[in-house]
Design a protein around this ligand. Sequence first.
Ligand code: ADP
Length: 484
Amino acid sequence: MKSLFAVSECAPFVKTGGLADVAGALPKALEAEGVETRILLPAYPALETLVEAGEFVGEVYGVDGAKRVHAVRADGLNLLLLEAPHLFKRPGGPYINEAGVDWVDNHLRFAAFSRAAANIARDGIGGWRPDVLHCHDWQSGLAPAYLRLDGRGGPPSILTIHNMAFQGVFPSDRIDAMALPRSGFHPDGYEYWGQVSFLKAGLVYADRITTVSPTYARELTSAEFGMGLQGVIAARRADLVGVLNGVDCDVWNPARDAHLPAAFSADDLAGKAAARAELAAAFDIDLEAHAPLFGLVSRLTRQKGIDLLLSVLPRVLSRGATLAVLGAGDHDLEAAFRSAAASYPRRVGVRIGYDERLAHLLQAGSDSILVPSRFEPCGLTQLYALRYGSPPVVARTGGLADTVIDANDAALMAGCGTGFAFSPIGAAQLGDALDRACDAFAEPEVWTGIVRRAMNHPVGWEVSAKRYAALYAELAGGGDAETA
Ligand code: ADP
């Protein structure tokens, strides 16, 4: 079985969030299921050395002309790098310029990317042709539309929704520039209130839709979570399946993590104490022995419930707890955290920015990781927190609800809590959950039990990779796949 991933970021090469982690981990797990995956990625500047190290395998048409494709194997992944310097070789991020503003030609950049993905899926490249095309999020959402609308056939396609909040909506006067067949510009096609929606195109034209947790799959049919596309989701409910994300257990392994001062495991937690001390030193925090050090590693946006955390800060700090924050995002939230650090010196430590090493240290050194998201398709930070023995405090939504077992009294009696979950999602409820975490932390035996259970909770890709492989097999003409 051969799968072509069309994805706009992939760890460890280029990453803005969880999408990259999935693109960098799932193909390795699929390999164990007999699926050969090749990952089509735009050749951003960060990938230039890989382009040079790679082998030219052919040219592919991508909306505004032919583009060179280079194949390279790196970090256990088979990459196909789409070279289009005028579209992708720029400073800044994959989607935004150095001032933090969306590139004005994002429609063209990702239409070209989607078109190239569709053409490679149909015609193959360098003698390799996939059995399925697996698209991810809006950036490759047009690929199923190109495949379907130009009527020249092609393999079945899947679209995975990693976050419904990002839809790639552009004015309709760009349809011709994107070489999009006009036959799809209607409410049952890629048209969205008079505009062009990349994500809707994928939802309408892909043969199957997956999203990254069973709970998010159910939530997406509601207006609150469907974000305008709930009707499209409802119409395709029979073709939608929620498959929980996993984590790369080699990259995120406290027993072998080069970013940490010492190794640790569920059986030997001494190294975790060393990480806690190093984290506190790095963030200028004075620790209290009887109270937890909470950690946050996140994009700083409204989705992530950051404002809820800010509003309960005085309450949680009054318990003796401390807080380390690593994040970047909305300028007002960045400023709010900077000012919290100034208001609570040596109790709140804040780093604004993106830092992979610090993210690992924060996961390991925190006693508990906070994920108070308003919505969370899957969430990876709570999975890393489980693996690093930092029982997470999470909002009961999306993948957070599917992965964390609330350590309430019944769960503790049954010996099965791995963290703390709250609902409905509000500041008071978050405050209550943080209180419960503080209470549990003050009882070392209870806390250590939660930590060990969290660390032993399976968070790898094994189960979900099997489900994707079964889905591929079903689509490509054999076997059965389960649906959520
Ligand atoms: P999302 O994709 O919505 O941002 P996820 O929880 O799925 O949320 O994935 C977030 C990923 O990005 C995790 O790997 C997390 O460690 C990483 N991350 C988020 N913010 C930062 C940061 N400031 N520095 C380093 N890593 C970060």
